[in-house]
Design a protein around this ligand. Structure first.
Ligand SMILES: Nc1ncnc2c1ncn2[C@@H]1O[C@H](COP(=O)(O)OP(=O)(O)OP(=O)(O)O)[C@@H](O)[C@H]1O
Ligand SMILES: [Mg+2]
Length: 397
């Protein structure tokens, strides 16, 4: 097996070749040189190619078969790793195969030898059809990422209460993803004891799809699904950018909203999350070190070309009497504060009872402010048919 490159590219079609047949070597050499194809790798055995086949990053699998009839087992083996469209290659006369392929899960069949351009066209066509199909499956869940460059500012409190509120008060299909990969404590704040974590999900064999994702989340009593951080800090590195990118794509198919709790770093998984983030909640506090670091984060986000209109600054513990006012924070940040959350005894009480404040003390000032924020954040178009009640449509939450 050879793996030539795994770097994703936007313009080229990412292709993996499996199997073998007469004429394949010439074709794969020509494809490797072709400007519109990124040949990720090639493996005669589907099982050996399993690693690069999985992860959801391929646009097309070219599978060459020596069989004169439809290679059902070979196709099933590929499907264990990827949902990418399969273009079947065979050599010589294979009329039985062509006939069977009409009803099979293959995008196209090409009998070799073929002009390279014909194969490239079939690949592009199959890739387009695959993209249309995956769009048709949904994929418009909203990703709301809660970030702060300082520890202890209230990221997890905000993320857990927000996600609970979306699930419980707005009846949204909500996933809370704990991306504080080393020391995540979203599960403990919610009082759940998960059997599986994001680490189990990313190391599990086979391609990720909504059914598989559902097998790794833990349901909270509010209706919220939680994908917790790994139990051991050393397992954090297993959650690669590529795995996370696929995870978010699948989650967007299954959920109306995905709330992401984070650690105070711009590491690889965080950057992959930013790429798919619709709303970035940047948590700030009324202390100079936090303000300095939030300001630096805003500059970093600008360098990363993260759209400014997606950033919402939250001032947590906004009513604390510490000799600083909202206007001074805004002046220092050169950014408007979009939401204020009050300092409230209900919050540490709720944390210590492992029950989010919006549930354990819904009348507390913090809970009210949080619910108002949730209503503002969740635009009406996020609602899907499965929702019970909806924010922003005159419903009481
Ligand atoms: N508005 C608030 N009122 C009162 N206490 C608060 C408020 N927000 C957060 N806290 C307290 O601050 C503590 C830290 O909050 P939290 O764990 O959410 O911070 P974090 O940003 O996630 O920290 P880390 O970076 O360590 O994960 C919580 O245990 C909570 O009790
Ligand atoms: Mg936290």
């Amino acid at each position: 097996m050879t793996v030539e490159s795994q770097a994703p590219s936007r313009e080229k079609s990412r292709v993996f070749i499996t199997g073998g047949c007469e004429g394949l070597n010439e074709l794969s050499e020509a494809l490797a040189r072709h400007g519109e194809i990124e040949l990720v790798g090639q493996s005669d055995s589907v099982r050996e190619g399993g690693g690069p086949l999985s992860g959801g990053h391929l646009q097309v699998v070219l599978h060459a078969t020596r069989s004169s009839v439809l290679p059902v087992d070979e196709l099933a083996a590929i499907r264990e790793y990827t949902r990418a469209p399969i273009v079947l290659l065979a050599s010589g006369e294979s009329s039985a195969l062509l006939e069977d392929a009409l009803d099979a899960d293959v995008a196209d069949v090409l009998l070799l030898p073929q002009l390279t351009e014909n194969v490239v066209f079939a690949v592009r066509k199959a890739g387009h059809a695959g993209r249309r199909q995956s769009k048709g499956r949904g994929g418009d869940g909203r990703v709301i990422t809660v970030f702060s460059p300082k520890g202890g500012t209230g990221k997890t409190v905000t993320a857990t209460n927000l996600a609970t509120s979306f699930a419980k008060h707005a009846g949204k299909r909500t996933l809370l993803l704990d991306l504080d990969l080393q020391f995540g404590d979203a599960a403990i704040m919610l009082g759940i004891e998960p059997e599986k974590t994001i680490q189990d999900l990313v190391v599990a064999p086979g391609e990720l799809d909504p059914e598989k994702l559902a097998g790794y989340t833990t349901r909270h009593s509010s209706g919220l699904d939680v994908l917790p951080a790994p139990i051991r800090p050393e397992d954090a590195e297993l959650v690669t950018e590529q795995k996370l990118a696929r995870l978010l794509e699948v989650a967007k198919e299954s959920y109306d909203v995905i709330v992401v709790d984070t650690s105070p770093f711009f590491h690889g998984p965080m950057l992959a999350t930013l790429d798919r983030t619709d709303d970035l909640l940047l948590v700030c506090g009324l202390d100079v070190p936090t303000i300095k670091n939030v300001r630096l984060s805003l500059q970093t986000l600008q360098l990363l070309s993260f759209p400014n209109e997606r950033i919402r600054v939250i001032l947590n513990r906004a009513n604390s009497n510490v000799g600083m006012k909202r206007g001074e924070v805004e002046a220092a940040l050169e950014a408007k504060i979009r939401f204020e959350l009050p300092s409230d005894r209900a919050v540490p009480l709720a944390v210590n009872r492992s029950n989010p404040a919006v549930l354990s003390d819904p009348k507390a000032d913090f809970s009210r402010a949080l619910r108002e924020m949730a209503k503002t954040l969740l635009p009406a178009q996020v609602s899907k048919n499965g929702g019970k009640r909806k924010f922003g449509r005159g419903s009481k939450s």
